[in-house]
Design a protein around this ligand. Structure first.
Ligand SMILES: NC(=O)c1ccc[n+]([C@@H]2O[C@H](COP(=O)([O-])OP(=O)(O)OC[C@H]3O[C@@H](n4cnc5c(N)ncnc54)[C@H](O)[C@@H]3O)[C@@H](O)[C@H]2O)c1
Length: 467
């Protein structure tokens, strides 16, 4: 490969930045897979990162920080080379990850097939990380199963009914091949929440009669989007700003709210059977007067009902200037609990002998050693330990169920109808069919009308599909 086309390699820091600068000018990376570097008979685990954004880079770093045996990042894949370089630079610049980084130019891949090329660098039993927008999860997972790879996949796992059914089947296929699969619902690996769940399941709160979850703050990430700029295609724009488009992410409802929905269901030890909801689009122009063209509601208020008739209320809001609340609570016949104090996994969790959630009534509070405090690290320690000890480990079913419950609340708000778990799972509206054959030339799954506007949910008018 000519020097000018050579992607970032692990050379000196100075060379790294020079190389990166040169690469900004080239149009595409060559994608030649080389045979696995794994030496048979060692316990080296090789990792490939697919989706080199913020979370993918974090997940790779967590993977490389696991103890118990050698582990290396050996391949990286993304749709956008600048993202891959940014991620590589971040991993390169960190002393800990640098030592375990082995991703030379010919194992850096860009494009819609890059996931295959990166996974082709692994041997059966290695690990693929999926941290692209969730729409691509089933496509990448199918290939990983064919290749006999263990997987860590970020949440949400699915965004609609048909892909949920597909992922359930793929999850079973993975188990049949004894593959280990972690899902990035990291609350489940919070040692504080694990302790709380045990206490709650052992009856510390009596019968659970009410749960409350809130994520209300100003617009973040890709919640809003302006019209597609001229220097990109609709397809690439929709993928890049995935929180704005239901096909790519399930919208901000699925992407932002899934963690609290997941851990409250876990505490209750049940999945809601139905949801009814309200929500609306309020502020639809940017401060400069340009229209936002995303599909999200600015606010959601969802009432989930469990089979025993008890309720779980979830409020989500993406608006500036309003009260910010981002936390989760549960109430039982004997007392109450703070599950996440702030954010999705905010320490400490605590139990109260009344419904007041006031400190004088507190009867238990989680206390963790520093090394146990990061659920993002714990989820990797747990997955890699299962791989090394060959223990059963597959979080896909739980991940799909949580994704369906999340989609069910979203669909209830978007249609204005009561939606059951089975309605959601069996809903035939696949938002983006054919993602396994997508190329850079494919049309975007969401199409604008003649006025350049994208379809948005219309509760009461559109009752059976979200748009
Ligand atoms: N568990 C958590 O707390 C947590 C936190 C943040 C994000 N996430 C999840 O991680 C995923 C990624 O989020 P992010 O914040 O890192 O987004 P991001 O935009 O920073 O990164 C996504 C990356 O994937 C790439 N990509 C998109 N489609 C691709 C494809 N088909 N093949 C290869 N690469 C592709 C993009 O170019 C981008 O670099 C999402 O599912 C998100 O919900 C989870």
């Amino acid at each position: 490969m000519k020097d000018a086309n050579r992607p970032v390699t692990k050379t000196t820091r100075r060379e790294l930045f020079q190389t990166t600068g040169r690469l900004a000018a080239v149009s595409a990376l060559a994608g030649v897979a080389i045979p696995s570097v794994h030496a048979a008979g060692t316990d080296l685990i090789q990792v490939a990162l697919i989706g080199c954004g913020g979370r993918g880079t974090g997940a790779a770093s967590n993977a490389l920080a696991t103890k118990g045996g050698p582990i290396r990042l050996v391949a990286m894949a993304d749709l956008r080379e600048e993202q891959l370089f940014k991620s590589y630079k971040a991993l390169y610049s960190d002393k800990e990850t640098n030592a375990k980084l082995d991703v030379p130019a010919d194992r850096q891949f860009v494009g819609f097939d890059s996931y295959k090329q990166a996974m082709d660098c692994l041997k059966p039993g290695d690990v693929a990380i999926f941290a692209t927008p969730p729409a691509f999860r089933w496509v990448h997972f199918k290939y990983a199963i064919e290749k006999g790879l263990n997987v860590f996949m970020e949440k949400p796992v699915t965004v609609d009914g048909p892909t949920s059914k597909r992922m359930l089947e793929l999850g079973e296929a993975a188990s049949k091949k004894n593959l280990k699969v972690g899902v990035g619902l990291m609350s489940r690996h919070s040692r504080a929440m694990q302790e709380l769940a045990k206490k709650v399941h052992d009856g510390a709160l009596g019968e659970i009669i009410l749960q409350r979850g809130y994520r209300m703050h100003g617009p973040v990430a890709y919640f809003h989007s302006l019209p597609t700029p001229n220097d990109t295609t609709d397809l690439m724009y929709q993928i890049r700003r995935f929180h704005s488009f239901l096909w790519a992410s399930g919208g901000n409802y699925s992407d932002f709210y899934i963690h609290i929905i997941d851990h409250l269901n876990w505490m209750k030890n049940a999945l809601p059977v139905k949801a009814q909801a309200t929500g609306g689009r309020h502020y639809r122009d940017s401060p400069r007067g340009l229209p936002y063209i995303d599909q999200n509601f600015d606010s959601y208020a969802v009432e989930y009902t469990y089979a025993d008739g008890t309720k779980f209320f979830f409020d989500g809001r993406s608006m500036d200037g309003c009260q910010n609340i981002y936390s989760s609570y549960m109430h039982g016949t004997k007392g109450s609990a703070i599950v996440s104090k702030t954010g999705d996994i905010g320490l400490p969790s605590s139990i109260y002998k009344t419904q007041s959630l006031r400190r004088p009534d507190m009867i238990w509070e989680s206390k963790l050693k520093p090394e146990d405090r990061d659920p993002y690290q714990n989820e990797w320690d747990d997955l890699i330990a299962a791989i090394r000890k060959d223990l059963p480990y597959n979080e896909v079913k739980q991940g799909v169920e949580t994704s369906v419950v999340t989609s069910m609340g979203r669909m209830a708000a978007h249609t204005g109808q009561e939606i059951t778990f089975n309605d959601m799972l069996n809903c035939k509206h696949e938002f983006a069919p054919g993602l396994d054959t997508l190329t850079a030339e494919s049309p975007a799954p969401l199409k604008a009308d003649k006025d350049g506007k994208y379809p948005v949910p219309n509760p009461g008018l559109n009752k059976t599909t979200e748009y």
